[in-house]
Design a protein around this ligand. Structure first.
Ligand SMILES: Cc1ncc(COP(=O)(O)O)c(C=O)c1O
Length: 431
């Protein structure tokens, strides 16, 4: 079976692969402490589970509208309007099987070869993976420990080009727990007014997990960018519902029809019982959410304090999300094979296949060797281009009389009296 070339650019979320291995060990009777997958270890509150059971027994076992049940879209619109203090209408909400598909739909709907998409780095691995899959060029937004892993508006704005189609923002952030302060967000939005061709995906999946009295700031609170903003949130983290697969996004009016078509093509609709569970979550008591976040906060304090007490080790304090960034270095020289210094910590750089390395800037124009990225010389030639870390050579760039060989046009011969002009690949007559 021959795979499409796009498949060679698709990465993964290694936490899922480690989870499979960890579960296999558990099945053999081994005890495993799960630190691999980013999910609340709490049970889904029972009122939510009961709502799903009731829906199933009540006959809600059929297809429903692709964009979500009207009652759920209404409840989401009401909740987002309340929490973000802005007006969102039900027809701007599309319900999906988890928050992840929203990344896929947004990137596939907006970006393609020749475009650039900015994404947080370090960041949720699926952003970079799907950008590469789409054929667009991933442009990392460096998040630094010294900035509390918040983005710098100036750094983002300075990277915008005519090819930039989308900027992905995630605050509170995975995997660092960084939260970007309001001044930086204000500055970014003000700067974006000069770049109306750039859309935004604001991943707010951790909107309710903030520490130290912080309040969530949503990009939806900036009306000036509303017509090009997609705001992603969902139930997975807030209500400990990762396995149910339920998420949503608020879309610009003009995009709703298109994303609904993507839903119809992809999954038809989210299963009805899960949607009723989501409805109960939004409309029921919220004390389970508050007590879970309070637990995460306590754990955060312990983890950060104890890791920082280890000699040669440090852990940045998380301002939000049930995650913090810990490591033992860093500059590129003291990171090991298969690691790169990212955001102040040595981070594993994963190479899946040649030219498809994820997690580090140097992977553009790279091939994979021993788990590390190395530059691909063929990409530097006159007739080869690098797209998403993959080199492709193009004979047509060598014109009539050449073929592309390791990035260089090699003449293949011209009619008598002509010779091959290697730079353009044209057969030129000798005067
Ligand atoms: C930043 C971020 N966005 C989105 C998701 C996906 O959430 P869901 O499980 O709803 O697809 C995750 C999951 O870990 C995440 O960390």
């Amino acid at each position: 079976m021959k795979l499409s070339s796009a498949m060679s650019r698709l990465g993964t979320e290694t936490a899922f692969e480690v989870l499979v291995r960890a579960r296999a060990l558990e099945a053999q009777g081994r005890e495993v402490v799960h630190l691999e997958i980013g999910e609340p270890d709490f049970d889904t509150p029972s009122n939510i589970i009961e709502a799903a059971c009731k829906a199933l027994h009540g006959g809600y076992t059929h297809y429903g509208p692709a964009a979500g049940l009207p009652a759920l879209r209404e409840a989401v619109a009401a909740e987002v309007s309340r929490s973000r203090k802005i007006k969102v209408t039900p027809d701007q909400v599309v319900v999906t099987p988890g928050g992840k598909p929203i990344m896929f739909y947004t990137i596939l709907a907006l970006a393609e070869k020749g475009d650039e998409v900015m994404y947080p780095n370090p960041g949720f691995p699926i952003y970079e993976s799907v950008i590469k899959y789409s054929g667009a060029t991933p442009v990392p937004i460096a998040l630094k420990e010294k900035d509390g892993f918040a983005f710098s508006a100036d750094a983002i704005l300075s990277q915008i080009t005519a090819k930039t189609r989308l900027i992905i923002i995630n605050s509170p952030a995975n995997p660092t727990g960084g939260v970007t302060p309001k001044e930086e967000v204000d500055k970014l939005v003000a700067g974006l007014l000069k770049h109306p061709h750039v859309a935004l995906l604001s991943d707010e999946i951790y909107s309710q997990m903030l520490y130290g009295g912080r309040k969530h700031l949503s990009l939806l609170q900036y009306p000036e960018i509303r017509d090009r903003l997609i705001m992603l949130d969902g139930w997975s983290k807030t209500y400990a519902m990762t396995g149910w697969r339920l998420g949503y996004a608020v879309w610009p009016d003009a995009a709703v029809e298109h994303v609904t078509r993507l839903c119809i093509n992809d999954h038809s609709c989210v299963n009805a019982a899960t949607q009723y569970a989501g409805l109960a979550a939004l409309q029921g008591p919220q004390d389970a959410v508050l007590s879970m976040v309070a637990q995460f906060d306590k754990r955060r304090e312990i983890i950060v304090r104890e890791l920082n007490a280890l000699p040669g080790f440090r852990c940045a304090d998380a301002a939000g999300a049930p995650i913090c960034a810990a490591g033992d270095c860093c500059n590129d020289a003291n990171c090991g094979v298969g690691e790169a210094c990212l955001g102040g910590y040595c981070t594993a750089v994963e190479c899946f296949v040649d030219g498809d390395c994820t997690g580090a800037d140097p992977c553009t124009l790279a091939t994979c060797s021993n788990g590390a990225c190395s530059y691909a010389p063929a990409c530097e030639g006159e007739c080869a281009t690098c797209d998403g870390g993959i080199c492709s050579s193009d004979d047509t760039l060598c014109g009539l009389c050449g073929t592309c060989d390791a990035g260089t046009c090699t003449p293949v011969g011209c009619p008598e009296g002509f010779s091959c002009y290697a730079e353009t690949g044209e057969c030129l007559g000798i005067a």
